[in-house]
Design a protein. Structure first.
Length: 130
C-alpha cells in the first residue's frame, strides 16, 4: 500500500508541475535561456527531461514517505506542514544557492523554487492522506 501512496503523491506533484510550467512557460523560457525554434518553443524535443522528472518525483515522494514514517507524521495537516517545510527550507535554499552562483535570473529562481515548495507540499499532503 505504501508503494501506491508514493506513486500517487509523485503523480500529483508531477501533474502540478505540468500545470505550473505550462502556465509559466513563456517566463521560464525567457529566464532559463533555453534555445527555441522559430515558433518560440524549446528546440530540444527530447522526452528525457520528462522521464527524469517522473523518476525524480518518485525518489522525492519515496524519501518523504520514509521520513514521515520515521517522524510519525500521519495527519493531513502534519503532512502538509512537513512537505511545505521540506520544500521551503531544504529544496528552495539549495536552488537559491545554485542559481546565485550561476548568476541565473531571479525569475528562474522564483519559478523553479515555487515549484519545489508547492510540489513538496503536495507530496506531503498526499502522503498523509493514505
Amino acid at each position: 500500500m505504501e508503494l501506491i501512496n508514493v506513486i500517487v503523491a509523485a503523480a500529483a506533484a508531477y501533474g502540478f508541475g505540468a500545470f505550473w510550467y505550462m502556465t509559466l512557460s513563456k517566463q521560464w523560457i525567457a529566464a532559463s535561456g533555453v534555445a527555441c525554434d522559430a515558433d518560440g518553443n524549446p528546440a530540444n524535443k527530447s522526452i528525457t527531461p520528462f522521464i527524469l522528472s517522473g523518476i525524480a518525483m518518485l525518489v522525492v515522494a519515496g524519501m518523504m514517505r520514509h521520513m514521515f514514517g520515521m517522524a510519525g507524521i500521519g495527519t493531513v495537516g502534519a503532512g502538509l506542514v512537513a512537505g511545505l517545510g521540506l520544500g521551503a527550507f531544504i529544496a528552495l535554499p539549495w536552488i537559491v544557492i545554485n542559481y546565485a552562483y550561476a548568476d541565473r535570473p531571479k525569475a528562474l529562481t522564483y519559478i523553479d523554487g515555487g515549484y519545489a515548495v508547492i510540489g513538496s507540499t503536495i507530496i506531503g499532503t498526499v502522503l498523509a492522506l493514505f
